[in-house]
Design a protein around this ligand. Structure first.
Ligand code: SIN
Ligand code: FE2
Length: 227
């Protein structure tokens, strides 16, 4: 049985919905938010090789925020639309401003993983059209923010951690609310929606380290139904 599985093309492996995934530890952050510990670990090697292919078409870059600062996090996107920022604001665009071409297609594995994780967290029929790919070198961080550039806040956010660990900052409805500090490891998936959809969140400066699959980087995939 095992050898038969090993000869299957990796994109046909039943990553998200077999029995092993039901043993995944759920850590509740709120009534609409949960960490699924290690949920993406089994498909991480494939996710990372797809990130490499995507970034060969639409490279990681450090975008400028409306205030004029350059983000310490490098980003790219795949999917029908991608999240971008420049001096004029934050938005989704179907074109990569660096290449003036459509963003790379979202691999079916990405979409299936996000749909499966959302379902495991209690959100059915999540169908992402956007995947923001963040790359954190040591020292890169993301200050507290809300994800609010999407058209419909009824859809959850699915966020996948790969490579080096990080401290996720899980805040409240207001920026000033105290944020919980939550270590996230390779393969962890955070899902938030419903009453927690607009909670502030961020990532503390990533510490120096070496991960067997990603070297000195942390990657994060953020899936959204943006339009
Ligand atoms: C984000 O909020 O866009 C990314 C969160 C993370 O990197 O874990
Ligand atoms: Fe975010």
């Amino acid at each position: 049985m095992l050898s038969a599985n090993l000869t299957m093309p990796s994109d046909t492996l039943p990553y998200a919905d077999d029995g092993a995934q039901s043993a995944i530890q759920h850590v509740a952050l709120g009534s609409g938010a949960v960490v699924l510990r290690g949920y993406a670990r089994r498909c991480a090697v494939d996710l990372l090789s797809m990130i490499t292919s995507i970034s060969s078409l639409s490279p990681f870059r450090h975008m400028v925020v409306p205030g004029g600062w350059k983000m310490s996090v490098g980003l790219t996107n795949c999917g029908k639309v991608g999240w971008i920022t420049d001096r004029t604001g934050y938005r989704y665009d179907s074109l990569d401003p660096a290449t003036r071409r459509p963003w790379p297609k979202m691999p079916p594995l990405f979409a299936d993983l996000a749909t499966g994780a959302a379902k495991a967290a209690g959100f059915t029929d999540f169908c992402p059209d956007a995947c923001l790919i963040n790359r954190y070198a040591p020292g890169a961080r993301l200050s507290l923010h809300q994800d609010r550039d999407e058209r419909n806040f009824e859809h959850p956010i699915v966020s996948v951690s790969l490579g080096l660990p990080a401290i996720f900052l899980w805040g409240g409805k207001k920026r000033a609310d105290e944020a919980r500090r939550l270590p996230l490891h390779h393969g962890d998936v955070v899902v938030w929606g419903g009453p927690d959809r607009l909670n502030f969140h961020g990532v503390d400066a990533v510490a120096r380290g070496e991960h067997p699959l990603t070297g000195s980087f942390r990657f994060n995939l953020t899936f959204r139904q943006a339009r």
